[in-house]
Design a protein around this ligand. Structure first.
Ligand SMILES: C[S@@+](CC[C@H](N)C(=O)[O-])C[C@H]1O[C@@H](n2cnc3c(N)ncnc32)[C@H](O)[C@@H]1O
Length: 258
């Protein structure tokens, strides 16, 4: 019997991982992103002698920090780190395959940053607490941390369809690529489940993988950070430096050890 599955259901059955599977990780840098987070973090790093880029992914930001300071990029996804290592300047970074929830580098840093909403891949309160406590442990007494997480109260839909997100780009080996994502938000759990898909327009082959993101309120984050021994000096609502307000797009805490 021929079973008809919706495109969404077929993609969902996919067991690839967006970051650890090289077949999907190879598309990460194709998505055009406005990287105001990089500019902000680079300005924070100006006087830092050592920086830890947690959840560094393919290292696009990490390699921008290498001038005259120690730089460590840490990520659990070997496939992302493999791309990072081949970047110009990648040889000057110490790349560590590790997890924000459990790493122990036996050194402390002047700046620890998580860009690109890496924090939202920590899906439970337990995971968030573990990561925040690792951050506190790896900060110098005057060291700073910064990360971004999308504000659950920002007005507008979080759910997206293929039609809304469809775009085209050029892969250096595979040629023209059509990409899209499909997402669904669970309001009660504050979890966004999504699928990223990339289709080679030359062969028709589709590479896709599902993942999830956690949304956390500013009030909850403030509690978690205080419990981890972290003090927030500034709450921003955008990487441009605007202060956080209850409906801002982002929640960006900047701070130190308490
Ligand atoms: C959206 S990417 C961001 C990468 C990079 N920071 C950027 O701005 O482009 C999220 C990254 O978080 C990493 N990640 C997921 N879970 C993590 C964890 N438990 N600890 C550290 N990094 C994690 C993923 O492997 C991925 O590279």
């Amino acid at each position: 019997m021929l079973l008809a599955f919706s495109e969404k259901a077929v993609l969902r059955m996919n067991t690839r991982n967006i970051f650890t599977d090289p077949a999907v990780a190879q598309f990460y840098d194709l998505t055009p992103r406005d990287r105001q987070d990089h500019m902000f973090c680079k300005s924070l790093a100006r006087n830092a002698q050592s920086v830890l880029d947690l959840g560094c992914g393919t290292g696009e930001f990490t390699v921008q920090l290498i001038k005259e300071r120690r730089v460590v990029g840490l990520d659990p996804a070997g496939a992302m780190l493999d791309i990072a290592r081949t970047r110009p300047g990648g040889e000057q970074v110490t790349w560590v395959e590790g997890d924000a929830r459990s790493f122990d580098l036996s050194e402390t840093f002047d700046l620890i940053c998580l860009t690109g909403h890496s924090f939202q891949f920590l899906l439970t309160e337990e995971d968030q607490r573990a990561a925040l406590s690792c951050i506190a442990k790896h900060l110098n007494p005057t060291g700073q941390f910064v990360f971004d997480t999308r504000n659950p109260d920002f007005p507008g839909r979080k759910t997206r369809s293929k039609e809304e997100t469809l775009s085209q780009s050029m892969h250096s080996k595979l040629g023209p690529i059509e990409s899209w994502n499909i997402s669904e938000y669970d309001e009660a759990e504050q979890i966004l489940s999504f699928i990223n898909a990339y289709k080679s327009l030359e062969t028709g082959e589709i590479f896709s993988a599902p993942s999830q993101l956690k949304y956390t309120s500013q009030k909850k984050l403030a509690q978690l950070m205080a419990d981890a021994g972290l003090q927030v000096t500034d709450w921003l609502g955008e990487w441009t430096g605007e202060p956080y307000h209850p409906l801002s797009r982002e929640i960006i805490p900047v701070g130190r050890k308490a």
